[in-house]
Design a protein around this ligand. Structure first.
Ligand code: ATP
Length: 246
């Protein structure tokens, strides 16, 4: 579903060039739920933006559903939750979802029933007519998730999954993710909440200073969980440059 090969990405040019991703390679198969973890500035958002086609790599290759990242046909099968979502403040929640649904190729008639359904799914039941400028941060995050789910995409790419959500919101979202997994969707998300990564993911990719330093499978995650938390493991791996035992 996702294939990244020797990807190198930097920002700026010449002496102002900032390296962000330094030659990463990974695969994600259909139906997998994979967590992307790493310290601040490690290169997570940059990688996800390349997969979405928002920024271009200096070199290497990124494919989504067998198509080059950013190809319009590949974008149709992706639901994307940005790290920071800035929605137009004078739009109503329903209007925003109508816009995203239409951009995703949905028919007006289907959207009429889908919008209240997806708002209910994310705990924003009855908020369709509410202006976005009156939404709290957590409500905006929930709306971002609704926006990502509106077209029932096969692949979800989510940057900082539960950022800004209260414990109830996190619980609800975890239930949504479990439902999507059962449904066979492919999910790739970044998060600093390592307990949620541990609870939800089949596999975890650990990135540090633009390089993948570890990939941890479900079986290894279970071993980690028995001996120490994923958080303790994460700190150990980042400090050792990925040479610690799972
Ligand atoms: P966080 O967990 O803090 O969101 P991240 O792992 O998502 O971090 P990135 O946002 O991908 O990290 O950043 C990787 C590197 O690229 C960092 O050094 C960051 O400063 C740099 N960077 C990111 N965006 C830009 C930009 N627009 N211009 C210049 N440098 C950038």
């Amino acid at each position: 579903m996702l294939a990244v090969d020797d990807l190198v990405v930097s920002y700026g040019r010449g002496p102002k060039r900032v390296p962000a991703v330094n030659g990463i390679t990974f695969r994600i198969d259909a139906g997998e739920c994979v967590g992307f973890i790493g310290a601040n500035g490690a290169g997570k958002s940059t990688t996800l933006k390349v997969l979405m086609g928002f920024i271009y790599a200096d070199s290497g290759n990124a494919e989504v559903c067998g198509l080059p990242a950013g190809a319009p046909e590949s974008r149709r099968s992706i639901g994307y939750l940005p790290e920071v979502a800035l929605y137009y403040p004078f739009m109503k929640a329903g209007e925003l979802l109508e816009l995203y649904g239409a951009l995703g190729g949905m028919a007006r008639g289907d959207l009429r029933s889908r919008i209240p359904e997806v708002l209910k799914q994310v705990g924003l039941d009855g908020r369709q007519g509410q202006l976005l400028k009156t939404f709290s941060k957590g409500m905006q995050q929930r709306l971002g998730i609704a926006q990502a789910l509106i077209t029932k995409p096969d692949l979800l790419i989510m940057d900082e999954l539960t950022s800004g959500l209260d414990p109830l919101g996190r619980y609800d979202l975890h239930e949504i993710i479990r439902g999507l997994k059962k449904d066979g969707r492919t999910i790739f998300f970044s998060s600093h909440e390592l307990s949620e990564v541990e609870a939800l993911c089949d596999r975890v990719i650990l990135i540090d200073r633009g390089r993948i330093i570890r990939e941890v499978t479900q079986a290894e995650l279970r071993t980690v969980g028995r001996e120490r938390s994923l958080e303790a493991f994460f700190i150990e791996q980042v400090r050792s440059g990925g040479t610690g035992d799972a």
